[in-house]
Write a protein of this length. Structure first.
Ligand SMILES: *[C@@H]1O[C@H](CO)[C@@H](O)[C@H](O)[C@H]1NC(C)=O
Ligand SMILES: *[C@@H]1O[C@H](CO)[C@@H](O)[C@H](O)[C@H]1NC(C)=O
Ligand SMILES: *[C@@H]1O[C@H](CO)[C@@H](O)[C@H](O)[C@H]1NC(C)=O
Ligand SMILES: *[C@@H]1O[C@H](CO)[C@@H](O)[C@H](O)[C@H]1NC(C)=O
Ligand SMILES: *[C@@H]1O[C@H](CO)[C@@H](O)[C@H](O)[C@H]1NC(C)=O
Length: 437
C-alpha cells in the first residue's frame, strides 16, 4: 500500500527517463548572476536577473554558460538569492529512495515510514529574482576537470549525498575513496573528470575524545583550538572548491586547549578549569581553520563557508524529548534567527569577513554560501523519528539536525550552482571592465 502511494507521488521514472525534463528546465534557466560584495553584515551574494529576449530558441545545456557574452549589462537588477520564501513546486522531488542509492540510512525518511510528503514539494524563491532548480548537466559542465571538497560534519555529508542524488540524472560517480568508511568518501564523475570528496571533521580543529563514552555526542572531548584537524588540512591543497561547514558539535562538553595548555572548558565540570562558552570555542576553531587555509602554499581554490544550518527542536532539547513534527515551511515573517542559531551564524559572518580580507591579499577567493535563512524556514525537512525504526536505540532519537533525502537540503545545490554561475559572470564582467579601459 505504502509502496503504491509512493509510486503515484513520484512516478516510476528511472534516471534516464527524467533526462528530457532536465533539458527542458534549461529553457527556463535564463538567469544571469553577478556579484556585488556589500559591506558587513550584508556581504552576501547579489544576483542579477534579466530575461533573455532570444530565449525562444531551442535550448541546450550550454545556454546559460555563454549568456554573459551576448547580454547587455544595462538591465541588471540586483537581487540577494539568499533572501526569499519557499514556494510550491509540484515538480519536486527530482529523485527518490528508489532512484538514488546514495541516501544515508538515517536520512531515508520514506523508508522509515514518514507519513507526509508535502515537505518534498517546495522550492526557494529569492525576493526579486529566480533561483533555477538544480540542473545536473549544467553543474557538471561548470565543474569539468575540477575538484570539490566538503569539509565538516555529517550535515556536510548530507549535502554531498543530496548532490550525488541530484547529479545522478546526468551521471553516477565511481567510488575512488582512499578509505573504506563513510567519513572520507571520494567520488569521481568520469565523463566530466570531476572529483568530489568529503572530509569528516567534527570541530575543524584537532579533537580527541577525553573519555570512553566518545565518539558519541555525550562524551567529553579535548579540543585543540589553535591546531587545524590534519585529517582535512593536509588534503585540500589541490582542490578547486572547498566547502566548509560546522558548528553543531560545539554544543557538547569540551575542554579547550591553546598552545597545548588547558585554557577553559564548556560544561566539563572539572575543578579549576574556567568555564568558557561554546561560542568562544567555535570562534577560535573557525578562525584557526581559515588561517590554516590561507597559509597553504599551493592552494588556489575558492573557499565557500556554508553557513550554519539551524536545527529545529521544539518543546525540549535534543536529549530532552525535543522534536520537529511540522509538515510545512515557515513564511519568513513567522520565525526569526535567534539563540544558538543566531550566535553561530554571527560568529561565522564575523570570522569569514576577517579571513576573506586576509585571503584577498593572496588572491584567494572566499564566498559566503549563506543557506541559514532559507534553512531556518524548513522545520518540516528533518527526519524527526523517521531516521530509524521505532525500536532502535539511537542517540539522536528525534533527529531535527539532519535532512531527509529528498528534502530541503537539495536546494543547497540550487544555491551552489547559482553561485558557480555568478563566478563565471563575474570574470566575464572583469574582462569587459578591462576592455573598456
Ligand atoms: C559562446 O560565445 C562565444 C562568443 O559569442 C562564441 O564564439 C561561442 O561559440 C559560444 N559558445 C557556445 C558553447 O555557445
Ligand atoms: C524506499 O521507501 C519505501 C517507502 O516509501 C520503502 O518501502 C523502501 O524500503 C525504501 N527503499 C529503499 C531502498 O530504501
Ligand atoms: C582531470 O582533472 C585533473 C584536475 O582535477 C587534471 O589534473 C587532469 O589532467 C584531468 N584529466 C584529464 C584526462 O583531463
Ligand atoms: C506573513 O505574511 C503573509 C503574506 O506573505 C501574511 O498573509 C501573514 O498574515 C503574515 N503573518 C504574520 C504573522 O505577520
Ligand atoms: C539505550 O541505550 C542507552 C545507552 O547506550 C542505554 O542506557 C539504554 O538502556 C538503552 N535502552 C534500551 C531500551 O535498550
Amino acid at each position: 500500500m505504502k509502496f503504491q502511494v509512493i509510486e503515484l507521488l513520484f512516478g516510476k521514472s528511472t534516471p534516464k527517463q527524467m533526462i528530457p525534463k532536465v533539458t527542458l528546465l534549461a529553457v527556463f534557466a535564463i538567469l544571469l548572476f553577478t556579484i556585488t560584495p556589500l559591506s558587513y553584515p550584508l556581504f552576501r551574494y547579489s544576483s542579477s536577473s534579466l530575461k533573455n529576449k532570444d530565449s525562444k530558441k531551442p535550448s541546450s545545456v550550454f545556454d546559460d554558460l555563454n549568456e554573459s557574452a551576448s547580454l547587455p549589462s544595462t538591465s541588471i537588477k540586483k537581487c540577494d538569492i539568499f533572501t526569499g520564501e519557499w514556494v510550491p513546486n509540484p515538480k519536486a522531488p527530482y529523485y527518490t529512495n528508489k532512484t538514488c542509492w546514495a541516501i544515508h540510512e538515517h536520512q531515508n525518511c520514506m523508508k522509515y515510514g514518514r507519513p507526509d510528503s508535502e515537505f518534498l514539494k517546495w522550492k526557494w524563491k529569492p525576493n526579486g529574482c529566480e533561483l533555477p532548480v538544480f540542473n545536473p548537466f549544467q553543474f557538471l559542465e561548470l565543474v569539468r576537470g575540477k575538484s570539490m571538497a566538503f569539509v565538516g560534519d555529517s550535515v556536510g555529508r548530507n549535502q554531498m549525498q543530496s548532490m550525488i542524488c541530484l547529479l545522478s540524472r546526468a551521471e553516477w560517480p565511481i567510488d575512488v575513496s582512499y578509505e573504506r568508511n563513510d567519513y572520507f568518501m571520494r567520488w569521481k564523475y568520469p565523463s566530466y573528470n570531476f572529483t568530489m570528496a568529503a572530509f569528516w571533521t567534527t570541530h575543524l580543529v584537532r579533537s580527541k575524545e577525553a573519555d570512553s563514552k566518545g565518539p558519541g555526542p555525550t562524551g567529553l572531548c579535548n579540543l585543540y583550538l589553535d591546531e587545524p584537524d590534519e585529517k582535512w588540512i593536509t588534503q585540500i591543497e589541490d582542490f578547486d572548491y572547498v566547502i566548509l561547514n560546522g558548528g553543531h558539535w560545539f554544543t557538547r562538553s569540551m575542554v579547550f586547549y591553546e598552545k597545548q595548555k588547558v585554557v577553559g572548558c564548556h560544561y566539563c565540570l572539572l575543578e579549576n578549569v574556567p568555564d568558557l562558552t561554546m561560542y568562544y570555542g567555535y570562534r577560535k576553531a573557525i578562525r584557526t581553520a581559515f588561517r590554516a587555509i590561507n597559509r597553504l602554499e599551493n592552494f588556489k581554490g575558492t573557499v565557500f563557508l556554508r553557513t550554519f544550518a539551524p536545527s529545529h527542536f521544539e518543546n525540549g532539547l535534543w536529549n530532552q524529548g525535543g522534536n520537529c513534527i511540522r509538515t510545512k515551511p515557515f513564511k519568513s515573517n513567522e520565525t526569526q534567527l535567534e539563540g544558538l542559531n543566531l550566535e553561530f551564524y554571527m560568529i561565522q559572518l564575523e570570522e569569514f569577513k576577517i579571513a576573506e580580507k586576509e585571503a584577498r591579499k593572496k588572491g584567494l577567493k572566499y564566498r559566503l554560501f549563506d543557506i541559514t535563512q532559507a534553512t531556518l524556514l524548513r522545520p518540516d525537512g528533518h527526519p524527526s523519528r523517521y531516521g530509524h525504526w521505532p525500536s532502535e536505540n539511537v542517540t539522536l532519537y528525534n533527529d531535527c539536525v539532519h535532512w531527509c533525502l529528498p528534502g530541503p537540503i537539495d536546494t543547497w545545490s540550487d544555491f551552489l550552482l547559482g553561485m558557480l554561475k555568478m563566478e563565471g559572470v563575474r570574470s566575464a564582467e572583469e574582462r569587459l571592465h578591462l576592455r573598456s579601459h
